[in-house]
Each structure stands twice: as C-alpha cells, then as structure tokens.
Design a protein around this ligand. Structure first.
Ligand SMILES: NC(=O)c1ccc[n+]([C@@H]2O[C@H](COP(=O)([O-])OP(=O)(O)OC[C@H]3O[C@@H](n4cnc5c(N)ncnc54)[C@H](O)[C@@H]3O)[C@@H](O)[C@H]2O)c1
Length: 414
C-alpha cells in the first residue's frame, strides 16, 4: 500500500493488485486498512490525476508496464521458507507477460530467489529476461508506524538480472525513493536485506541475554544502554523486550539458515539469536510468576492485564507478536488474562494463536482490579503515569513506567 500510494502521488498511473477482496474493496471505497496510513491519502490517490484503483483481477496484470511483487514470504511448519506466494504471483504475472514489461520482486527472501525461482517461471513463457522483459530485485525498507520513515527518504537498493534490467528498475524508483543504490546482482540485494534484518535479530538477542544477567546482578539494562549510547562511534543501541515480532525479525533470518544448509554451512549466530529471542516470553512469565509469588499469589487464578498486543509501538500489526505467546502461556497456567490495545480492538485468529479476546477499556477500575499489569507494547498514546497510579503491580518489559510520587504500583522490569 505505501508503495502504491507513493507512485500515485508521483503521478504514475497505479493499480494495487491483491487476492484479498476485502482489501481491494476497502481501497476502492477510499478506506485504509493500515491505521497509520490515513484514509485521506487513499482518497487523494483515488481522485488524483492518475486515479489510483485496486483490483483482484490478476488477468489485468498485462495492462501494466511494471509489475512489483510485495507478497508474503512466511516460514512453513518446519521453519522452511514458504515461497508459495512468490511462485503463485509469478505464475499470474507469467500468464500475461508481454515484451517490454519490467517485473520486480520486493519480498524479503534468500539470495537466489529472483534468478532461481522467479526468472525460470517468467522465461517459461518463451520470453527472454533482459531481452524481451526486464527483471530486478529491490527490498522493501519500511519502518511501520515511524512517521519520519517514508519511502521518499530511504535509499532503495536495486539489483537487476542484467545491466539493462538494473537501468530501467533504477529509472522507475527514482520517481518515488530517496535515491537508488545500484548493486551488481539481485543476489547481492537479497543478501543485503537479510543482513539488515539478521543484524537486528542478533543485536536484540544480545541485549535480551544481557538483560537477564544484569537483572540478576541488580543492574538496570536500560541505564546501561543509555550510558553506552553516549559513545559517538562504534556503538548502536538496541533494546530488550518481550521478544521481537512482526513479519521480519522473527522470520527472515531463517530464510538464510535454510539456504545455508544447502551449502553445508550452519549459521550459528542466527540460530542462537533465534533461541534467545524466542525464549523471552517464557522469561517474562517467569518474572511475573516470581513477582506474584512474593505477594502470596499464584499465576493460576491471577488477574493479569496485558498492555499492548501489537508487536511494536503505534501499529495495529499482531503478526508474530510476543504478547500473543505470553498471553497463551499465562492462559495455559490458569491466569485470568485480559488485554488493552487501542489499535487492536479484538484479536483475530493468527496462524498459531486463537485467543478470542477483545480489548478492555483502560480505566482506574480495570487497572485496580488486576493482580498484575504487564506492559508489553509501548504505545505512545497510553498514559503510563495513570497506569502506575491505579495498578498494584506493574511488570514493565519496555521501560516506560516511572514510579509515582503519590505511591501507586510496585514497578518491576522484565
Ligand atoms: N511490512 C513491512 O514493514 C515489511 C518491511 C520490509 C519487508 N517486508 C517484506 O514484504 C513482503 C510482504 O510483507 P507485508 O508485511 O506487506 O505482507 P502483508 O501480508 O501485509 O501483505 C501482502 C499482501 O499480498 C497479498 N497477496 C498474497 N498472494 C498474492 C497474489 N498471488 N497476488 C496478489 N496479492 C497477493 C496478500 O493478500 C496481502 O494483502 C514480505 O516478504 C516481507 O518480509 C515487509
């Protein structure tokens, strides 16, 4: 959606294709299905000079000079890459491929996908890549919910299958991106995107591990990171939490792990980071159980109010969110779990969770009623001073709760 809107705003005639009819209908009614993209932006694109529209009719792909794929690349049941969305979409593009078209893959994936998976399907039509049609890879660099991060401010990596492919893909992105960065092949661009995400996964795991150690030593990790971050070179701060979520950090690194096995290499940093990060929900529950125990309260039967189910602040995305995992563990242990999230009014079923809960209002009464309030997502619109004022026990995984001068809840970090 952000890419389609950016092209429309640059006066490029744009059609947003999706197999999800609900999204297509919403866009054609000038509605937004991502809360931080205002409906006014969709409406303006719809009525703009080139009249943006959405369609679920993939037989119309041949009408477009450029087709950009931004489809999901999840993991399968055994943590293997699930390229079915990329393959199916490529087949739909191949069905109407014609000379002169440019096809670009933006989905995050392992190096070799554009040349080894997409290209053979497209060339199965008899048309030749670099001669009849062009093909390139350019990774998405989105930072959902961050108002300072728009496509027009972010340099875009572009790797073409041939020098000609690179040239036309770069020319296209110059209309909307904050500059383009050419690289010598799609493999380099695919690998660079994975490096960006693996770098985050590993560094988040590092601070999560240090959090456990420093907590035992009675040292506040948040103060340690703030102190280290004053070094003007050679240090980038990363922050601990209940476990990373979203479509990227918990998933993408394992695309490379899987691919590495084909080359007889085991990617130990990635595996270790995954192990530490996925153990965070258990750690948070253990901390909560300890804090409740000190108050003579068992997890079973305890009323636990979770603040935030989105995987990060100020977004409505619950994919791979650690909050879901934590709530599921607490429910299995007999806790009476409720949640509040201003962006997620009710929990829809996900691939792994079906909790069937709806957000409760955040009132002095709901806060006072809870045996513990667990802060899991640091949404900026939540008044944490109010939370501390009315709650009895606050377990804070995001360092947003501050002691109140008028007493209030006991605050523990997790
Ligand atoms: N969301 C992000 O901020 C972000 C950032 C960087 C990279 N990525 C990467 O971008 C890719 C897409 O992620 P997303 O978060 O936008 O996923 P998403 O699930 O929000 O959106 C993907 C859309 O593709 C549609 N789709 C699936 N198959 C299709 C088909 N055959 N034809 C047309 N549409 C089809 C789905 O219905 C869905 O609406 C992933 O590879 C992800 O890793 C996402």
């Amino acid at each position: 959606m952000p890419l389609a809107l950016a092209f429309s705003e640059a006066a490029v005639a744009t059609v947003g294709f999706d197999i999800d009819e609900e999204k297509v209908s919403a866009l054609n009614r000038s509605e937004s299905y991502i809360h931080y993209f205002p409906a006014e932006r969709v409406a303006a694109a719809r009525t703009g000079s080139k009249g943006f529209s959405a369609s679920a009719d993939l037989s119309r792909l041949g009408e477009c000079d450029v087709v950009i794929m931004c489809v999901p690349t999840p993991l399968g049941r055994h943590r293997e890459p699930d390229l079915s969305f990329v393959e199916n979409t490529t087949r739909s593009i191949a069905a109407t491929l014609r000379p002169g078209q440019l096809v670009i893959l933006e989905s995050t994936t392992y190096p070799g996908t554009t040349c080894g998976v997409v290209k053979p399907i497209l060339e199965g039509t008899g048309l030749r890549c670099g001669v009849d049609f062009h093909l390139a890879y350019s990774p998405e660099r989105e930072d959902p919910g961050n108002p300072d991060s728009s496509l027009s401010r972010i340099p875009k990596l572009v790797g073409g299958v041939t020098p000609g492919c690179l040239k036309v893909a770069q020319a296209l992105y110059e209309h909307v991106a904050g500059g383009t960065v050419p690289v010598s092949s799609p493999d380099i661009a695919e690998a660079a995107k994975l490096l960006e995400n693996i770098y985050r996964a590993v560094n988040i795991a590092l601070v999560n591990e240090l959090k456990i150690l420093f907590q035992r030593m009675g040292i506040d990790i948040w103060q340690v990171i703030a102190a280290a971050a004053t070094k003007p070179f050679g240090f980038t701060p990363f922050y601990p939490g209940p476990g990373p979520g979203g479509h990227c950090i918990p998933i993408d690194p394992f695309y490379l792990t899987w691919r590495a096995r084909e080359f007889g290499i085991s990617t130990r940093f990635i595996e270790l980071a995954g192990e530490i990060n996925t153990s965070m929900p258990d750690y948070v529950v253990k901390r909560l159980a300890g804090a409740l125990n000190e108050r003579g309260c068992a997890v079973s039967g305890a009323r636990v109010l979770c603040l935030g189910v989105a995987y990060k602040a100020d977004v409505d995305d619950i994919r791979e969110s650690a909050s879901l995992e934590i709530m599921e563990i607490l429910l299995a242990q007999g806790a009476d779990v409720s949640y509040h999230d201003p962006y997620v009014p009710r929990l829809k079923r996900t691939r792994r969770h079906d909790l069937g809960l709806a957000s409760v209002p955040l009132t002095p009464e709901t806060l006072a009623l809870a045996d513990a309030v667990l802060i899991l997502t640091p949404h900026r619109c939540v008044d944490y001073a109010e939370v501390v004022r009315h709650a009895r026990l606050v377990l804070d995984t995001r360092n947003v709760a501050r002691p109140s001068r008028e007493g209030g809840a006991q605050i523990l970090k997790a």
